[in-house]
Write a protein that binds this ligand. Structure first.
Ligand SMILES: [Zn+2]
Ligand SMILES: [Zn+2]
Length: 124
């Protein structure tokens, strides 16, 4: 495997994925903030003004591509509770997804990128 080549390619892919994701996130976050009170669904803290940026949109089914406009797949969580929520599910989820992927598409590139995308999803 030539790491150098891969890295620059990854860089491009990542930059593009990040741009797209940022745009998508901005739009559904705005919608979610209009729909729901600005309160964390776990700890119940309220966020306003500058601190509103600490409130994030969690996808109940963990599928960031499913954004029904009625907000049924969204939950507002503060960054701390959001982290917890994902840590709790990470092991079981990663295991399940890994199995599913191996059945569908056995190429290592696909798996690596999908894993990377998962890692990026909720970190910002
Ligand atoms: Zn919270
Ligand atoms: Zn989430």
């Amino acid at each position: 495997m030539s790491a150098e080549n891969k890295d620059s390619k990854w860089g491009d892919l990542l930059a593009e994925a990040k741009r797209e994701r940022a745009q998508r996130e901005k739009s559904y976050r705005e919608m979610a903030l209009k729909l729901f009170p600005h309160v964390c669904g776990r700890c119940g803290r309220e966020f306003s003004g500058k601190r509103l940026s600490e409130l994030t949109v969690h996808h109940k089914d963990h599928n960031h591509d499913r954004n029904p406009p009625d907000g049924s797949n969204w939950e507002l969580l503060c960054i701390y509770c959001h982290d917890n929520e994902h840590q709790r599910d990470e092991v079981a989820q990663a295991y399940g997804q890994e199995e599913a992927r191996q059945e569908q598409k056995p190429t290592s590139t696909f798996k690596a990128f999908a894993g990377l995308a998962d890692l990026l999803k909720d970190k910002n």
